[in-house]
Design a protein around this ligand. Structure first.
Ligand code: SAM
Length: 207
């Protein structure tokens, strides 16, 4: 049984699926495409893309990887499916909740997310699942927007967060690095892409 908040966020993404690519188009122009390419270039072997959405990253994967893309919004996945004829890598799309993944322990060489942990209802549960399914020598790369470390901006983000969650299901004040560490992973590198709000975080499982 899904918790209310999981059902609510899922339904918000089902509703915005149709207009999602149009909504993201300005962001893609100002940097997102470049960040996506940099993210996906890290992928090796069997890849889990968690929260694959409408499949905006899929065209960037090289043909030498196999990608399983999961999302809990069937409507977002429907749009991702339409992009499959243009991709080079072998891609499988699957309806699944990041908080309860249908894969055995130690399955994936690489785990990737892009702008996902702002909306996973229980972020720590989600990260623990990713930690479980990545191989002990695997790598994880998270392109995520996070709470600012600036005292003033951080407080503004905390204040505005209930409104953004209510309106769109998006948390703007997630402490993503802390959540990664709490899920028994170590942070290898953090690249600040847009101030200290958009980051590319490289992590690996603790041994
Ligand atoms: C902001 S969109 C980003 C989509 C895509 N990664 C991109 O870069 O365009 C967030 C996606 O994460 C998915 N998502 C959020 N929580 C999830 C969960 N618990 N399990 C599976 N998918 C989830 C949403 O359905 C949505 O497709």
């Amino acid at each position: 049984m899904k918790s209310n908040s999981t059902a609510e966020i899922m339904s918000k993404y089902d509703k915005k699926a149709k207009g999602y690519d149009r909504m993201m188009a300005p962001m893609e122009k100002i940097g997102m495409q470049k960040w996506r390419k940099a993210l996906v270039a890290k992928a090796e072997g069997l890849v889990l893309e968690a929260g694959v959405g409408t499949g905006a990253n899929l065209i960037h994967y090289y043909p030498n990887v196999k990608v399983i893309g999961v999302d809990f919004s069937s409507k977002m996945l429907e749009i991702a499916t339409r992009k499959l004829p243009q991709v080079q890598a072998e891609i499988e799309l699957k309806l699944a909740d990041i908080q309860d993944l249908p894969f055995p322990d130690n399955t994936f060489d690489t785990v990737i997310t892009a702008c996902v942990f702002c909306s996973v209802p229980d972020a720590q549960k989600g990260f623990k699942e990713l930690r479980r399914v990545v191989k002990p020598d695997g790598e994880l790369y998270f392109l995520e927007h996070v709470r600012s470390e600036s005292a003033v901006l951080g407080k503004i983000m905390d204040w505005a967060n209930p409104l953004t969650v209510k309106h769109s299901g998006v948390n703007i004040n997630r402490r993503t690095e802390r959540n990664i560490i709490l899920a028994n992973m170590q942070i290898i590198k953090v690249e600040k892409l847009f101030g200290d709000i958009v980051k590319l975080i490289h992590a690996s499982p603790n041994k």
